[in-house]
Write a new protein. Structure first.
Length: 694
C-alpha cells in the first residue's frame, strides 16, 4: 500500500512532518478552516503522472484513466501528440515503478501547497541539481518542500529522473496544458460550490473528528487527473507546514465524489491507530484503504445520516459498481462487500472516532439473490442481438424479434443504420464461424459491477494484453473474465473480431443505446420488481433447503430485454457464493415474470449439470455442439425435476413456458415436453440422483 511506504520514507527524511493530534480544541466549526481550491501546479503535476501511467495501487485507482484518454484525443485533435512528456512516458513509468522512492511523486505537490508552478518546479530542479544552498534563500512557500524532496531523492538516478519529469512538465505546460487548463479547468465553477457544501453540509458531520485529529485547517485541492484514491499530507504547526489533501473530480457536473473523497483522506489520520495490533503487519497495507472508506461511512452514519447513502453510492461507483440499489439494506451490504472489514476492526474504528452511543456491529442480513438492471449487460446483449449472433440449440440465445423492433425504433429516430447495423452481417458470420468464441455470450457476467464504458475499456485492455494501468493489474472481480477472453483471443483474427465488436458497441452506446436505455428505465422497473417478488415469495420458501444444500442462496440476476429464453450463468468466485451471476430474458410490457423466473431456475441447474459426477453419454465426446445441446436440454429437464420434488404446483406452468419458448403450441403435456427436450434415461436418472443427493 502506497500510504504506508510513504509514511516510512517521509519519517526517515523528516520526522517532523507527521503531526500529533491537537487535544482539547473547541469543536465549533468556525475554528476549522479548510480551503477548497484548484491550483495549476497541482493539476499539472497530476496531469503528468496520469499521462505517464504511474499507478501502482491495488485498491482504488490513483489516476482517472478517462482523463488520460481525453487528453490524448485532444492532443491529437490539436496536432501536438506526442508531446515530449508522451515520448518519455514509457521510460519514466518503468523507472518510477522500479524504485519505491518514486512513490513519493504521488504526494509531492502537497509539499508545496502555497507555491506557484514556477516556484515548485524551480525548487525541484534545484534539488535535482544538488543546489542545496537554495535552502538558505528559499521562500516560505518552497522551504518545506525542498527539505522533503532533498531527503527523498538522494541518489543520482532519482535526481536524474526527477529532473527529466519536471523539464517535461514545463514543456507540456507551454505546448498544451496551459491552454487546455484555461479552457477546460480554470473556470470550474464547482470549486465555489464545493467550498459552500463543505462548510455547510460536510464539515458539521466531521468537525469533532477533525478537531481531535488536529486537522483543523489546510488545503483541499480538486484535480480532474486524480482517481478516487486521493492523497493526504499531515502538516506541522511547529514547522509551519499546512495540512493538504488532494482529491479527484470525475466530472465537472458531479462534485459529490470530491467532497466524500476529502473525508475519506482525512480518515487516514486515525486508521493506523485503529488497525495497530488488530492484524498481522504485512496485512495492514491492504486494510488501510477499505478502513478509511468505512471510517467516513461511520462519521456520516453518526453525525449526518441524510448524507450516508450518497457517500456509500459515491464509493460504490468509484469501485465500478453503479447499481441503483432498491433499498438501504441492499446498498449497505454492497458497500460492505466492496470495502470488506472484519466487524472487530469496524468497532475499533468507531472507538477511535469516539462515536457516542454506537452499538457494536450487528450481524449482517442473510444474503439473497438480487434482481437488478445492469446497463453494461444490456448494452452487450443488445449488440449481439442486433448482430443476431445466435447458436444452434433447443432455446434461442437472443429474442427472435429484438433486432427488428430495434431497427424500427432507430428508423423512427433517424439514426439507422448505426455502425453496428452496418457491421452486423460480417460480425454475425465471423462469430458463427468460430466455435471457440462462445465466451462472447458471457462477457458482461464476468465483469458484473461495471459501467458500459469501463466494460469496453477492460475488454480493450484484455485484447491488447494490457493490465489496467490504474490498478497495477486488472480491476477487481475481472481476472476470470480476462483469462477467459485471453484463451478465446489467442490468435490475431479473433482479437481483431473482438476489437471490431467493441468499437461497434461503443459507437452504439453513444449514438443510440444510452438515451434509449434511459428512456426505458422507469417503464421496466416494475418488471424487475415482479421477478424479485416471485422468486422471493414463491421459490425461496419451497426450494430453500435445496438452494442451501447446493450453496445457491445468493448472487446477482440481470434480466435483459435482448436475451432469449436461453440465459447465462457464471460462477465468478467458487469460494464466494454471493459472486454467482445469472442473466435471463426480461419479459415484455404486459407479460408476467414467470418466464424470467423459470429461466433463472433452469440456469442454476447448469452448476449441477456441469458437476464432475454428471458424465453425459455422447456419440462423439469431442463434438462441442453435441455436448452443448445435451447440457441445455438437461438443464431444462433438471428445472422440471426440481419443481416436481419441491414445488409440484408449478410444474405445469414450467412446461408451458418452455414449450412456448420453442413455439410448440400443440399442447403442454408431459409427453410433448419430453419430446421437445429429450434426454437419455441414464443421464436423466443421474441428474435426478444428483438433485436428491444435493
Amino acid at each position: 500500500m502506497i500510504r504506508r511506504r510513504i509514511a516510512s520514507v517521509a519519517c526517515a527524511a523528516a520526522a517532523w512532518v507527521l503531526a500529533s493530534p491537537v487535544v482539547g480544541q473547541d469543536s465549533d466549526t468556525a475554528s476549522i478552516n479548510w480551503k477548497v481550491t484548484s491550483a495549476p501546479h497541482v493539476d499539472l503535476w497530476y496531469h503528468g503522472l496520469a499521462v505517464v501511467g504511474f499507478d501502482q495501487t491495488k485498491g482504488l485507482p490513483l489516476y482517472n484513466q478517462a482523463y488520460a484518454d481525453r487528453v490524448r484525443r485532444e492532443k491529437e485533435r490539436r496536432g501536438v501528440y506526442p508531446t515530449p512528456l508522451d515520448e518519455l512516458a514509457k521510460d519514466l513509468r518503468k523507472e518510477f515503478e522500479k524504485d519505491p522512492a518514486f512513490q513519493n511523486m504521488h504526494f509531492l505537490p502537497l509539499y508545496f501547497p502555497e507555491a506557484s508552478r514556477e516556484e515548485m518546479h524551480g525548487a525541484l530542479l534545484a534539488v535535482s541539481d544538488r543546489q542545496l544552498d537554495s535552502l538558505r534563500t528559499a521562500g516560505r512557500s518552497t522551504r518545506t518542500g525542498i527539505r522533503m524532496a532533498a531527503g527523498i531523492f538522494d541518489s543520482g538516478n532519482q535526481r536524474k529522473r526527477l529532473k527529466q519529469f519536471v523539464e517535461a512538465l514545463n514543456r507540456e505546460w507551454t505546448i498544451f496544458f496551459s491552454h487546455y487548463r484555461e479552457i477546460v479547468l480554470e473556470d470550474f465553477p464547482g470549486v465555489v460550490e464545493l467550498q459552500r457544501r463543505w462548510d455547510q453540509e460536510v464539515l458539521p458531520a466531521v468537525s469533532d473528528f477533525t478537531t481531535r485529529s488536529g486537522l483543523t485547517d489546510g488545503w483541499i485541492f480538486v484535480s480532474p487527473a486524480l482517481g478516487p484514491e486521493g492523497r493526504l499530507l499531515q502538516g506541522s504547526r511547529v514547522r509551519r507546514a499546512p495540512h493538504a489533501v488532494a482529491v479527484w473530480s470525475p466530472g465537472w457536473d458531479d462534485i459529490d465524489p470530491s467532497l466524500y473523497a476529502a473525508v475519506r483522506e482525512m480518515c487516514f489520520a486515525v486508521v493506523d491507530d485503529a488497525l495497530r495490533g488488530a492484524a498481522p503487519r504485512e496485512d495492514l497495507g491492504d486494510l488501510e484503504g477499505p478502513a478509511a472508506v468505512r471510517c467516513g461511512s461511520l462519521l456520516f452514519e453518526a453525525n449526518a445520516p441524510p448524507l450516508l447513502e450518497a457517500y456509500q453510492r459515491s464509493f460504490l461507483r468509484a469501485a465500478d459498481d453503479d447499481i441503483d440499489y432498491a433499498n438501504e439494506s441492499e446498498l449497505a451490504r454492497a458497500f460492505e462487500d466492496a470495502y470488506p472489514l472484519e466487524d472487530e476492526l469496524v468497532d475499533r474504528l468507531a472507538e477511535q472516532l469516539d462515536i457516542p452511543g454506537r452499538e457494536p456491529s450487528r450481524p449482517k442480513p442473510a444474503p439473497r439473490w438480487v434482481v437488478q438492471a445492469r446497463p453494461h449487460a444490456d448494452l452487450w446483449f443488445h449488440t449481439l442481438a442486433v448482430i443476431q449472433a445466435d447458436q444452434p440449440g433447443p432455446l434461442a440465445l437472443y429474442s427472435a424479434d429484438y433486432a427488428d423492433r430495434i431497427r424500427a425504433i432507430k428508423q423512427e429516430l433517424g439514426v439507422y443504420p448505426t455502425l453496428l447495423d452496418s457491421l452486423a452481417p460480417r460480425l454475425r458470420k465471423d462469430i458463427g464461424d468460430d466455435n471457440t468464441f462462445d465466451v462472447v455470450h458471457f462477457v458482461p457476467l464476468y465483469f458484473p459491477r461495471m459501467t458500459p464504458e469501463r466494460l469496453l475499456e477492460t475488454i480493450r485492455n484484455a485484447i491488447d494484453n494490457r493490465p489496467d494501468p490504474r490498478r497495477g493489474g486488472y480491476a477487481p472481480n475481472t481476472p476470470i473474465g480476462v483469462l477467459q477472453l485471453s484463451y478465446a483471443m489467442e490468435n490475431g483474427r479473433v482479437r481483431r473480431l473482438m476489437r471490431t465488436l467493441v468499437d461497434a458497441a461503443e459507437n452504439e452506446w453513444e449514438v443510440f443505446y444510452r438515451a434509449y436505455a434511459e428512456r426505458l428505465k422507469g417503464e421496466q422497473e416494475s418488471r424487475y420488481l415482479a421477478i424479485q417478488s416471485m422468486w422471493d415469495s414463491l421459490f425461496v420458501p419451497q426450494l430453500g433447503s435445496y438452494l442451501e444444500r447446493r450453496r445457491l442462496t445468493a448472487g446477482m440476476v440481470f434480466p435483459s430485454p435482448a436475451l432469449g429464453p436461453e440465459g447465462r450463468i457464471v460462477d465468478v468466485d467458487s469460494s464466494n457464493p454471493t459472486d454467482q451471476v445469472v442473466a435471463v430474458q426480461l419479459p415484455l410490457a404486459g407479460e408476467g415474470p414467470a418466464q424470467s423466473v423459470f429461466a433463472f431456475l433452469k440456469e442454476l441447474c447448469f452448476l449441477l449439470i456441469d458437476d464432475r459426477e454428471i458424465v453425459p453419454f455422447l456419440d462423439d465426446p469431442d463434438d462441442p455442439e453435441e455436448l452443448d445441446d445435451l447440457r441445455r436440454r438437461a438443464a431444462v429437464r433438471c428445472g422440471y425435476m426440481l419443481l416436481e420434488l419441491y414445488a409440484p404446483t408449478l410444474v405445469g406452468q414450467y412446461r408451458r413456458v418452455f414449450l412456448d419458448a420453442v413455439g410448440a403450441e400443440e399442447s403442454s403435456t408431459v409427453s410433448a415436453f419430453e419430446r421437445v427436450y429429450p434426454l437419455d434415461p441414464k443421464v436423466l436418472e443421474r441428474v435426478r440422483n444428483q438433485i436428491r443427493g444435493g
